[in-house]
Design a binder for this molecule. Sequence first.
Ligand code: BTN
Length: 270
Amino acid sequence: MFTVQALREGLKARVFGGTIYTFETIDSTSNCARALAGCFAPEGTVVISEEQTAGKGRLGRTWLANPRENLTFSIILRPALPPEAVNLLPLYVAVSVAQVCQQVARTKIECKWPNDLMVNGKKFGGILLEGSVKQNELEYVVVGIGLNVNQTSFSPELQQKATSLRLASGKEINREMLFREILLRLETDYQTVKTSGFQSILPSWLSFSSMNGKQISVEQNGSVFSGTVKGLSPDGGLILQTNGAEKTLFAGDVTIVGLDPANGVHAPRH
Ligand code: BTN
């Protein structure tokens, strides 16, 4: 099981990981972090667990991960930004995590809007942001990060869509080291985003994205929008050229037409 001591050894981040709660089993690290955030836990507090019994994905899905092989953790942020920033924060988190994973696994990582992490066309990571708004400002945001690190087998349902850094790189990855590197990168990039704005990370996000110019369809609350990806709007939306009109989307499930085994990598909704 993770120990605070092993996770902290050599941790260079100062604020992120200032307090770390470790669990062998928990329902969801994000549920726990939200409860802590509601009780004034400071920014940078992390909850990490070897196993989640009710891990949550986007759009009400379940996040499944084998215990003791992966990383499932949540971080409390208090960004003092307007609520709209919640569309941009996942892009910053995705780029930071992608950069670290690419360095550590020495494998090309891609970001799929809004916040999937992909390798070899399959999903190995997901990011879930949950925020609380008070007086028209984000009171806190819980960033939940799930990464398939050393898992080598997946259920038949996930096999075509899911992979891990170990499968992609051919080597076992030290999870504590990966965790520390991610915290440091997230902390550094958070400062950049706060001082220079989100525009500063949009070029990086685009360089990690394989979607520009691709034909995609996006499912959003039962409606499907199809078109060509034109880029990202300054507020983090995906710009689609649809039949005759440009449309900016802020949520949804993307399928890249022709090749997208990774869409819907999660277990079915409950
Ligand atoms: C997604 O791709 O749908 C997002 C998945 C996010 C999963 C992580 S695992 C740690 C944290 N706790 C949760 O219950 N969910 C997030």
